[in-house]
Design a protein around this ligand. Structure first.
Ligand SMILES: Cc1cc2nc3c(=O)[nH]c(=O)nc-3n(C[C@H](O)[C@H](O)[C@H](O)COP(=O)(O)OP(=O)(O)OC[C@H]3O[C@@H](n4cnc5c(N)ncnc54)[C@H](O)[C@@H]3O)c2cc1C
Length: 332
């Protein structure tokens, strides 16, 4: 099965086996089908890097449904099928005036992938609204519920990328949203965009402002293949940052959630190493956003991987800072 239309990098990978999953019942029956391993869950394909062939079985997630399972004066609780499109869920909640997801508008992909890397944008992370994640643990063939606390959410990280890696299928995600939203306009250009729009801060206006900003800044995968930010922003010990700052006074840094650490924007490091706008054949670094690697045409996963290796190496050689990939590499 060709996967080119199933990943936003547009890489022409061939899946050995491909099964569409529409219900939880379907999942629980899977072991009986003897589908070859490894099993890999595919959502919108907006955070993966593929090789020329994808071994084992790709489980394409199509589990849908949005259920209101709880309500109080202050909150609503939604249980959402993991194959729902993330942005559609955001618009569903924004349309009802429920607050919590508006800053995460227009992030590509599915609901089930959101907890895996704790998606975040414009000062908000999805962990702040997730109450629990329902998963199917395939080795044990049972459903389990992972609470927010047990999910060990961190910056683009969670238990799903660590201990549970390669062992689970997210079936549904439950969210607690506020009827009286607490608005976050302080990050990025939201306030300026609201001003340009002549709009007061509200759940709907913030979602619109975020959409406007994202459309002006990020390349559309329908036009040029990409997977959003390819690298995470690294954190370094404060002592190391102080030394770097002495050598490179223009280096930006922000307090990190990790102890005694400073977060450095990966985009700045990559740009300083001369990569912004770089192109090699079919691959390159976007000319407006140095964190985004792009496929200009017929690039293979190996081409993109090699470019990312070269960037990692040059940032390390120049600054002694080790970058980490945000994108999930499906290696055989
Ligand atoms: C233009 C662009 C902008 C982006 N902007 C942002 C941003 O602002 N913030 C941000 O955090 N991310 C961003 N991303 C990255 C991406 O959109 C998110 O990581 C998104 O959550 C991926 O969803 P997906 O359904 O496409 O996952 P996929 O790419 O299909 O899968 C990603 C990983 O999760 C696993 N997975 C997916 N669904 C399930 C499931 N149901 N059960 C078990 N495992 C699963 C897959 O096996 C894979 O390893 C951006 C990407 C693009 C292309």
């Amino acid at each position: 099965m060709p996967l080119q239309a199933h990943n936003t990098f547009g890489i022409a990978s061939l899946a050995e086996h491909f099964i569409e999953i529409e219900t939880r019942e379907h999942l629980v029956q899977l072991p009986v089908l003897n589908a070859p391993k490894p099993w890999r869950v595919l959502g919108g394909g907006s955070n993966i890097l593929l090789e020329e062939t994808t071994s084992g079985t790709v489980l394409k997630n199509r589990i849908t449904g949005i259920e209101l399972i709880g309500e109080s004066d202050e909150f609503v609780i939604l249980k959402v099928g993991s194959g729902e499109i993330w942005h559609d869920l955001v618009m569903f909640t924004v349309g009802r005036g429920w607050g919590g997801l508006e800053n995460l508008a227009l992030i590509p992909g599915t609901v089930g992938a959101a907890p895996i890397q704790n998606i975040g944008a414009y000062g908000v992370e999805v962990k702040d609204t997730i109450t629990e994640v329902e998963v199917w643990l395939w080795e044990e063939n049972r459903l389990a519920t992972i609470s927010n606390e047990a999910a060990q959410f961190g910056y683009r990280d969670s238990i799903f990328k660590q201990q549970l890696r390669g062992k689970f299928f997210v079936v549904s995600v439950s969210f607690r949203l506020r009827k009286n939203a607490v608005l976050h306009t302080e990050y990025g250009a939201i306030e300026a965009e609201l001003h340009t729009m002549g709009a007061v801060p509200s759940v709907a206006n913030i979602a619109q402002a975020v959409m406007n900003i994202r459309r002006s800044k990020l390349p559309d995968p329908k036009i040029v293949g990409n997977a959003g930010s390819f690298f995470k922003n690294p954190s370094v010990q404060n002592s190391k940052f102080d030394a770097l700052k002495k050598a490179y006074p223009a280096m930006p840094g922000y307090p990190s959630k990790l102890e005694s650490s400073t977060k450095i924007p990966a985009a700045w490091l990559i740009e300083q190493c001369g990569w912004k706008g770089f192109r090699r054949g079919n691959v390159g670094v976007h000319d407006r956003q140095a964190l985004v690697l792009v496929n200009y045409g017929e690039a293979t996963g190996a081409d993109i991987w090699q470019l990312s290796e070269d960037i990692l190496q040059s940032v390390f050689d120049t600054y002694g800072v080790q970058l980490e990939r945000e994108v999930q590499v499906w290696s055989n």
